[in-house]
Design a protein around this ligand. Structure first.
Ligand code: AMP
Length: 336
């Protein structure tokens, strides 16, 4: 059985953008494929500590798993949930792969360039995390890794590392599918991108300071509705869907389609040419607040004990699979 592997780094409460763009598509993909694929969902907590953490990491880890469950993840014997830091083989394989990857390759990573830009000094983790990511993937022979576009370069790096290793030692690693196949597998025409409510040229991000710019999954529903009502639109006279010229109103149509699970073409057909922007805002505000009410209700029903039980099972499985792969690698190098 092939493996689909995914994780969402969660150093804080997530936004509506994370939910619609990452969490929900993954939950749907998992529910659709968990009869004929292994689905590995892990919390990349070792990746979290490359940024400053503020004492709430433990709480965030448990909450991230609750998010998957509240978003509707079906659990069966093929779905495995685990914490990266509870499977020590990730760190150990990362070290070994550090001796396979090259400085030149890591220096070329756009994410590293962006994250280190303008900083007098940055931690080694920011430079090295693509290698940890390669270990996360290769330990489980994962073929598909649903990820945002910003991570495609890291998938290609993982493929290069795996091919180099296999060339020297024999076919020990499964080489993940190339990015175009990954995209085809996810069956999305283009990645979902929810925009900032105040500045719709940018994507909605949890790191944006302005509260009105983003909807957080723990926002009180009436507060979220207010944020939608005050979203920036445009000064044209009627509603049209065009991200180039009218990003604000297009973002609202897009959110409405995703939140109400209606085809975008239907939402556009309903609102195209209408001049009452306020009516559309009311409808979107309503849909978002209803979604938050039911999401938050489901979240409150999941206990820490439920999560810990799932993790216990998932980590038993993950350690078993990962240790077997690590032993093959250690043996190939002569470490065992
Ligand atoms: P980040 O919050 O940037 O660490 O991203 C975590 C995941 O959420 C990644 O898969 C992103 O592609 C996705 N994501 C973050 N922000 C948005 C957004 N505004 N719209 C859609 N997806 C997003």
């Amino acid at each position: 059985m092939k493996t689909i592997l995914t994780g969402i780094r969660s150093n804080s409460v997530l936004t509506l953008g994370n939910y619609l763009g990452a969490l929900l598509p993954m939950v749907r993909l998992s529910n659709e494929h968990s009869n004929n694929f292994n689905i590995n969902i892990f919390v990349p907590d070792l990746h979290s500590i490359i940024s400053d953490v503020d004492g709430s990491l433990q709480e965030n880890i448990i909450r991230t798993i609750k998010y998957y469950l509240a978003a509707g993840l079906d659990i069966n014997e093929n779905v495995h949930i685990y914490r990266q830091s509870h499977v020590p083989a990730h760190s150990e394989l990362c070290w070994i792969l550090n001796c396979v990857a090259t400085m030149g390759e890591l220096n070329r990573m756009t994410q590293y360039k962006e994250k280190s830009e303008g900083k007098a000094s940055c931690n080694v983790g920011i430079f090295d995390y693509p290698v940890l990511m390669a270990a996360d993937i290769l330990l489980y022979d994962a073929t598909y890794i649903p990820l945002g576009e910003d991570q495609f370069q890291h998938i290609e790096l993982t493929r290069d590392i795996a091919e180099r290793f296999n060339h020297k030692f024999g076919d020990i690693f499964t080489v993940p599918a190339p990015t175009r196949e990954q995209v085809a597998f996810m069956e999305v025409d283009e990645p979902i991108r929810i925009r900032d409510l105040q500045n719709p040229e940018k994507k909605m991000s949890k790191s944006t300071a302005a509260e009105n710019s983003k909807i957080m999954l723990d926002d009180e529903p009436f507060k979220a509705a207010k944020k939608i009502m005050s979203a920036t639109t445009d000064s044209f006279e009627d509603i049209q869907f065009d991200f180039e010229t009218r990003p604000g109103i297009s973002n609202l149509l897009y959110i409405e389609a995703l939140v109400s699970n209606t085809p975008l073409s239907e939402v556009i057909a309903k609102w195209q040419g209408v001049s009452r922007y306020g009516d559309l805002k009311k409808e979107v505000a309503n849909s978002v607040s209803e979604m938050l009410v039911s999401f938050q209700k489901r979240l409150a029903e999941i206990s820490d004990e439920d999560v810990l039980k799932l993790l216990e099972d998932g980590e038993k499985y993950a350690n078993h699979v990962a240790n077997a792969k690590l032993l093959e690698v250690q043996t190939a190098f002569g470490l065992r």
